[in-house]
Design a protein. Structure first.
Length: 147
């Protein structure tokens, strides 16, 4: 066997960083603290919204294909939106694709729809509909008189 094939570098262990137990505990506390803060922040943002469902009827018939908007009275608060299915039922969504409308007083408006009839202004562009969204599940049915 040639001396080149037998040649190997001497084994050197990789250097390891030693941490004191107090440094590990400090990082662990920081991680737990961060998780608590993030959890509280997520919980706080969710508490501003509550689930809202309902049915929209025009002249006593379900209104399909309409858009429903919950605009909160609070300045700077995001609005909730939804659309009606074939049975006139809707469920409000908030930004991020989660269900819920802003809690508190909201002006509610209805736009469009497949009925071929115009939505009266007091239900649409100049809506006078009001809904006070409470914590938990809310049902807000909208009856628009037919013309």
């Amino acid at each position: 066997m040639s001396p080149i094939n037998n040649w190997r570098l001497p084994h050197r262990p990789e250097p390891t960083a030693r941490r004191s137990s107090s440094a590990v505990r400090g990082n662990g506390r920081a991680a737990v603290g961060l998780l608590i803060v993030l959890g509280l922040a997520a919980g706080c943002s969710d508490r501003r919204f509550a689930e809202v469902t309902g049915t929209v009827r025009l002249g006593g018939n379900p209104l399909a294909g309409a858009f429903i908007v919950f605009q909160p009275d609070t300045e700077g608060e995001v609005r909730g939106v939804g659309s009606t299915d074939q049975t006139g039922q809707y469920r409000i969504l908030r930004p991020g694709g989660r269900f819920g409308a802003p809690r508190g007083p909201n002006t509610v408006s209805v736009h469009g729809g497949d009925s071929g009839h115009a939505i009266p202004a007091e239900y649409g562009t100049k809506s006078t509909l009001r809904c006070d969204v409470q914590p938990g599940k809310n049902t807000f049915d909208i009856e628009i008189p037919g013309r």
